[in-house]
Design a protein around this ligand. Structure first.
Ligand code: THU
Length: 128
């Protein structure tokens, strides 16, 4: 499966700053207007301040004024496709809701999941 969102996630991966893990990741988010926002992981020497590709993409999109999202793509070089980490699932849920998450690797293998299936029973603003 090839589409613009997947291509954008793969291209964003090339910009990853991952000298510590050597595990570059790319992400791309399609907003309701059809615009694509991308992100890569940005690591830090303290390790804990590292930000994943998915959160970079979400925060870039939010900072550009986007508020509704349709799909997210995550690209990494693994045979078992790399899913968003727990922290990213929380952020994706709060900003994107039950979006489609497309995972892809460098061989073009893809999987599509609903965020609700990856992140059941979320805590969010509805509890506050
Ligand atoms: N990482 C992401 O950017 N997204 C994921 O979905 C999984 C993990 C990053 C964080 C860190 O820079 C590196 O991959 C290894 O964990």
């Amino acid at each position: 499966m090839t589409d613009a969102l997947i291509s954008a996630a793969l291209a964003a991966r090339a910009h990853a700053f991952a000298p510590f893990s050597r595990f570059p990741v790319g992400a791309a988010i399609e907003d309701a207007a059809g615009h694509i926002h991308t992100g890569c992981n940005v690591e830090n020497a303290t390790y804990g301040l590292t930000v994943c590709a998915e959160r970079v993409a979400v925060f870039k999109a939010i900072s550009e004024g986007a508020r509704q999202f349709l799909r997210v793509a995550v690209a990494a070089d693994t045979d078992v496709l790399t899913p968003p980490c727990g922290a990213c699932r929380q952020i994706l849920w709060e900003f994107c809701g039950d979006v489609e998450i497309v995972l892809v690797n460098l061989q073009g293998k893809t999987e599509s999941h609903r965020l609700k299936d990856l992140f059941p029973r979320p805590f969010d603003v509805s509890f506050l």
